[in-house]
Ligand binder design. Structure first.
Ligand code: 9MR
Length: 700
């Protein structure tokens, strides 16, 4: 093969020495140390003892939000608590129809923009509240007398408001409080119901989906927390019907305006019954008369015990901010002091009240204690645990040099299970450079005997091609192989099992994005990774200089249009956030998992992990330190012999094979590269081999 010697990390002598375990270099190069990692960008990464509601909720992939009144943002006590405690914000009144479209066709977004802009700039997400509601509705709407006019007015309102906030709102309360109180289980009378009939809710959701496909669409109501109530049952029947008929609905909001007794005993049952329909459930407007600590704890626990209950919002910050101020129903008193209910809510979220342990006082000893599993019982089984154990296979795949391919290392595997076979693509490395290889087999026991097909014989051609990622892009019914060539490149194929079917390389970018040029320093642009949600595709890459980048395009434009390149994560210690990042969707949850390869204080490769409820972040440490790593030799057993001390570049085995990169969080498996710890010399000739980790501490 004709190989152009690759630029980049593959000629990085220092890294070669590090990989070979030359500790003098590792020491002077100051790789990640346990304390640096725990106190750095991954602050409190080892601890479940977060000191704020938002940080604690994030430990289990949830959010903790509050209603915000724009008029109070100038109040220092208010905004201090807001920005310290909460990572989701609901404008209390500013997105309602009587503010956003007071007269027909004339939209006013000023008040809500103020809240949204402040929240976004602080990394808080936004719940949109609300689009179609009988209350706080201008009289020009409630006095409309014919169905066609109202239909067009309703759809125009949804399009106008959602269009303005497109991409900026996590979830919309599309329709609010449409069901009647009492025993009927029917819709309540309203101008929408009276003129458009039962179908107005469905129409609103369909319009909303088309207006912003990136927002979750919720139905929101009060007095639907008690399972046997007629109103609860009415809403349940509607959601079941919507799911059965494909009407777009993603979540149900339970307002949870409770009396002193707190939630009904059946609240958790209600949440899990709705979740079982295939929607997220959220507590959207929580307040409890007199705020008894136990009542708050019971409410939070009900959510924590349901995997798809992915967030809690309280309806205001201080008692004096509440619409029920006379009942002192919130977590902070009028002076902004934490009430007993605050500590009980924080504890129920899985942490310890700040009085006992604050994140900023995490000690070295505390940082060495592995985190306990964040959420609790069996019903949360789908959530990822906060610490990991693995068992490794022996070497499963080794290079198979032939007369024209002199190979030293088999590296960087990507894998899908499709049509009864594992399909593995990997880099092959030698002193002359890098190219790609493909093999398939039905079972791991067959991996060693699989034929290696060198992809430089396809239209992919010769030259620097490395670090592949394969997935099926369902919208185009096409397989994509993403890899690095100095640029981020891809080839396509309609048949994954045909190694000759791959197209010639094409680039995702015309050239390296400016933000990468500005931050890459002496690093190298490597390890491109694509993942898509229902609206967008994202292209991640690393620079071996402490930065993880993310670009974005729409699902419709993919593979073109990757712009908006941003720094998705960074660490001042480049070895702590090095390369080989993977992002996955966690099945049946709202979580995404990010893992990034780091170089430890022993000079060996290992993985750190974070979670987020969206691909765009922000990323919360999961198992993210040397002492509590995602995958490292130190949390791996080697029943057939410790053949490697590096757990390096690879991929989790996915639940499917499409562009969503979905993983099943139960008994995870990770295909990785490792090598003989005694090997050394030129980085390109290191003897990398492939092995498989299987999770040993799975709770499901
Ligand atoms: O908290 C809101 C209050 O400031 C408004 O005056 C009131 C007007 O109806 O709406 C309150 O918020 C409501 C929310 O939008 C929907 N669920 C019930 C909430 C409490 O009334």
């Amino acid at each position: 093969m004709t190989v152009v010697k690759p630029p980049g990390r593959y000629r990085n002598l220092a890294l070669g020495l590090l990989a070979a375990g030359v500790m003098a270099v590792a020491g002077t190069a100051a790789p990640a140390s346990a304390t640096a990692t725990a106190t750095d960008s991954a602050a409190a990464s080892d601890s479940v003892q977060a000191s704020t509601l938002g940080a604690q909720a994030a430990q289990s992939g949830r959010y903790f939000g509050t209603a915000v009144a724009g008029g109070r943002l100038g109040d220092g006590t208010y905004s201090t608590i807001l920005n310290r405690e909460f990572n989701m914000v609901t404008p209390e009144n500013e997105m309602k129809w009587d503010t956003t479209e007071r007269s027909r066709g004339s939209f006013n977004f000023g008040p809500a923009d103020q809240i949204v802009n402040q929240a976004t700039s602080r990394g808080q997400r936004v719940r949109g509240h609300t689009l179609v509601w009988h209350s706080q509705l201008p009289s020009w709407v409630s006095s409309i007398g014919d169905a066609n006019t109202l239909r067009s007015v309703m759809n125009n309102h949804i399009n106008g408001v959602m269009g303005h906030y497109k991409g900026k709102v996590y979830a919309w309360d599309v329709v609010n409080e449409a069901f009647a109180d009492g025993g009927s289980g029917a819709h309540r009378p309203s101008v929408f119901q009276n003129l458009l009939g039962d179908g107005f809710i469905e129409e609103a959701f369909r319009t909303a989906r088309a207006a912003d496909a990136s927002a979750k669409l919720c139905y929101n109501d009060y007095n639907i927390e008690n399972w046997t109530d007629a109103k609860t049952q009415g809403v349940y029947r509607m959601v079941r019907d919507f799911k059965a008929r494909g009407v777009p609905i993603d979540c149900v909001g339970f307002q949870a305006h409770f009396g002193t007794g707190g939630p009904p005993a059946s609240f958790q049952t209600t949440l899990s019954n709705f979740a079982a329909l295939g929607v997220d459930v959220q507590i959207t407007e929580l307040d409890i008369a007199q705020a008894p600590a136990t009542a708050y704890a019971n409410t939070v626990k009900a959510c924590m015990n349901v995997a798809r209950c992915n967030g809690i919002t309280v309806w205001g910050i201080r008692d004096t901010d509440s619409w029920r101020a006379g009942e002192n129903p919130l977590l902070f008193d009028g002076g902004g002091n934490k009430k007993p209910a605050y500590n009980s809510a924080l504890t129920a979220l899985g942490g310890t009240p700040a009085v006992k342990a604050a994140a900023n006082t995490v000690t070295k000893a505390a940082a060495k204690t592995p985190a306990k599993s964040p959420a609790s019982p069996a019903s949360s089984a789908a959530a990822l645990p906060g610490s990991y154990g693995w068992s490794s296979s022996g070497v499963l795949m080794s290079p198979k040099p032939d007369s024209t391919h002199n190979i030293a290392g088999l590296k960087d595997p990507t894998v899908v299970y499709y049509n009864g076979k594992y399909h593995v693509f990997a880099s092959v490395a030698s002193s002359s450079g890098y190219s790609l290889v493909y093999l398939n087999f039905t079972d791991w026991s067959q991996a060693a005997s699989a034929t290696h097909y060198y992809l430089d014989r396809s239209a992919i051609g010769t030259g620097y091609r490395a670090a592949p990622q394969v997935f099926y892009f369902a919208p185009q019914r096409t397989w994509y192989l993403v890899y690095q060539t100095g640029n981020a490149s891809y080839s396509t194929n309609t048949d994954i099992s045909n190694p000759n079917g791959w197209s010639a390389p094409r680039n995702f970018y015309s050239s390296m994005p400016d933000i990468i040029k500005q931050n890459i320093g002496n690093g190298y642009w490597v390890d491109m990774w694509v993942i898509c949600d229902s609206a967008n595709c994202y292209l991640f890459s690393s620079d071996d200089n402490g930065h993880l980048y993310r670009s974005q395009t729409t699902l419709a434009q993919f593979p073109n249009g990757f712009t908006n390149t941003v720094i998705a994560a960074q660490d001042s210690n480049k070895y702590a956030l090095f390369e080989a990042s993977n992002v996955y969707k966690v099945q049946d949850s709202n979580q995404y998992l990010l893992i990034v390869e780091a170089i430890g204080s022993d000079g060996r490769r290992y993985f750190r992990s974070w979670t987020s409820s969206s691909i765009g972040g922000s990323w919360t440490p999961l198992a993210a330190s040397e002492n509590n790593p995602f995958a490292r030799a130190s949390n791996t057993t080697f029943p057939s012999g410790a053949w490697t001390r590096d757990i390096s570049h690879g991929e989790l085995i996915r639940a499917g094979y499409d562009q969503t990169l979905t993983i099943n969080p139960c008994k995870m498996q990770y295909l990785y590269q490792g090598m003989n710890p005694n090997a050394g010399g030129d980085y390109n000739t290191l003897p990398w081999r492939l092995g498989l980790l299987t999770q040993t501490n799975s709770t499901c």
